[in-house]
Design a protein around this ligand. Sequence first.
Ligand code: C2E
Ligand code: CA
Ligand code: CA
Ligand code: CA
Length: 274
Amino acid sequence: AKKAGRNDIRFFDQQMQDTINARASMEKDLHKALEREQFQLYYQVQVNSSRQVVGAEGLIRWVHPKRGLVSPCDFISLAEETGLILPIGEWVLDTACAQLKAWQQDETTHQLTISVNVSTKQCRQSDFVALVKTSANKFDINPALLKLELTESILLENVEDIIATMQELKEVGIHFSLDDFGTGYSSLQYLKQLPLHQLKIDQSFVRNIAIDHSDQAIVRTIIAMASSLELNVIAEGVETEEQQKFLQKNHCNHYQGYLFGKPSPIDQFEVLLK
Ligand code: C2E
Ligand code: CA
Ligand code: CA
Ligand code: CA
């Protein structure tokens, strides 16, 4: 038994070493990714109750020469830990603003919004307000068409700082959406103080909404709350007609999910608009 135990330890050591090596190599690659322009912003359509396209969420992808298409789930947390999320976040903002500018020039697309995901670390950097303003000015966009998606984790500390940051950006017209709503730490007290335009119902509540009574109750409550706070509400992860029907019946007003379109590169996304 003792012998086997020793082997176990060596086995785990090896596994741990492999994990550490893989992370180190991923971190090195991530540094190169920016200068080599390996990131791409995919776009997923957002629609209203009449299924008209109202905008898109930008979702980052990493097109790595050897790893292939890397999902943000596999590198965003590492980017956050290493601080690389700051330059990556700037790239995302610039890319979204450049796209808004392009859409602004065509009357069929000039009212479309773009939502971008902003991680807490990014939002808490001291020059975040300046960075967003610089991006918006550089591309001369209508700031009301840019929506920043924040998660409830921004509420974990120094809420006053976050409120001040959001307030400054709200003053120039930028919109905010609270992402993954209902999955994190949500104090209704703070919720009331945040200058939000939208709540985004997390896909975990939408998945079984056609059959699960507690998910139905949660979603009804979120929609009612959004409505009493005068926020618009978008459901993510809508995959079936049944899910959309339930949401619509309960006065959800915006939708996003595979039912309407998967995240895709800009040229494929624009085909959807025709
Ligand atoms: P999220 O913001 O909650 O984005 C929704 C995720 O659900 C996306 O995964 C999207 O592709 C996926 N999705 C959309 N519709 C459906 C559907 O109908 N069914 C299912 N099962 N999934 C659907 P993705 O693109 O892999 O992104 C994962 C997460 O990575 C995002 O979650 C977001 O937190 C983060 N992320 C993505 N892009 C960025 C970025 O530019 N910056 C930062 N900081 N985070 C990002
Ligand atoms: Ca999001
Ligand atoms: Ca989500
Ligand atoms: Ca998320």
